[in-house]
Write a protein that binds this ligand. Structure first.
Ligand SMILES: NC(=O)c1ccc[n+]([C@@H]2O[C@H](COP(=O)([O-])OP(=O)(O)OC[C@H]3O[C@@H](n4cnc5c(N)ncnc54)[C@H](OP(=O)(O)O)[C@@H]3O)[C@@H](O)[C@H]2O)c1
Length: 244
């Protein structure tokens, strides 16, 4: 798909990787809908940055708490009104530490709601509309570590594993009009307030010896939007981490 003149919804687009994705698609000539939850002022700032790019076809913000199923459906409706949406990028997620000793139904459900249910509800609502119009692209941000889940992040890893599976199922269900892929990042950006020890451990566990930075993800996003023979895949962007 050629991005110029298309409308792209980026969930969690106010900060970090989502912000970089919004700027990248705006720079490629798209109109961007920047979804946010708590980061309203940051989302407005990203929208202004996007609009300042000569190629950008417009940028708006929409708020939604993706932990609520009804809010996911309302976001899809509002985005269609602002769009219609040609490309959905499910980037928003919670990275909640859930050690087994403290894992309970509430923490499990909270992670599944945002990291698995919300992207699927958005993909269903917007994907069916894209299929009706004859064309669309959906990209889901997953994680390199689903096959070797960190013991303190069982709920997160299980949700991301579910999202990889759901992406493949959605790819089959929405083909041939709509393509659905997932991107499995490794160490892209350190969590906020990561310790120097954590930073060193991640670098030494990554064969390429560094954090990927946001361009490693945005270049993959642009590649997958542009490559019309990709669907159902989960693309590792992990600096080789999964080989160890
Ligand atoms: N960072 C990495 O190195 C890395 C590695 C592997 C995978 N990933 C994946 O790549 C994606 C982006 O990573 P990131 O580190 O940039 O993410 P992040 O900063 O942890 O979170 C992205 C956004 O998700 C939104 N969000 C959280 N809970 C929400 C809710 N209940 N409703 C709506 N939005 C909610 C937040 O929006 P607000 O700020 O507006 O509340 C937040 O800014 C995620 O899917 C992540 O799992 C990242």
């Amino acid at each position: 798909m050629e991005l110029s003149g298309r409308c792209v919804l980026v969930t969690g687009g106010a900060r970090r990787i989502g912000r970089a994705i919004a700027l990248a698609v705006a720079g490629a000539g798209a109109k961007v809908i920047i979804h946010h939850h708590r980061s309203a002022s940051e989302a407005e700032a990203v929208a202004a940055e996007c609009r300042a790019l000569p190629s950008c076809q417009g940028a708006v913000t929409l708020a939604a708490d993706l932990a609520q199923a009804s809010a996911c459906l309302a976001l899809a409706t509002a985005a269609e009104d602002a769009g219609p949406v040609d490309v959905l990028i499910n980037n928003a997620a919670v990275y909640l530490k859930t050690p087994l000793a403290s894992l309970d139904a509430a923490s499990w459900d909270a992670v599944q709601a945002v990291n698995l249910r919300a992207p699927v509800l958005l993909a269903r609502a917007l994907g069916l509309a894209m299929r009706e119009r004859g064309e669309g692209v959906i990209l889901n941000l997953t994680d390199w570590g689903t096959d070797r889940p960190h013991t303190h992040y069982l709920a997160y890893a299980a949700a991301k594993a579910g999202l990889i599976s759901a992406s493949a199922g959605l790819a089959r269900a929405l083909a041939p009009e709509v393509r659905v892929n997932s991107i499995a990042p490794g160490a892209i950006l350190p969590p906020e307030n990561a310790s120097p020890e954590y930073d060193n451990a991640v670098r030494s566990a990554t064969p390429l010896g560094r954090w990927g930075g946001v361009s490693s993800v945005t270049s993959t996003i642009l590649f997958l939007i542009g490559n019309d023979f990709t669907t159902g895949g989960n693309y590792l962007v992990d600096g080789g981490r999964s080989t160890r």
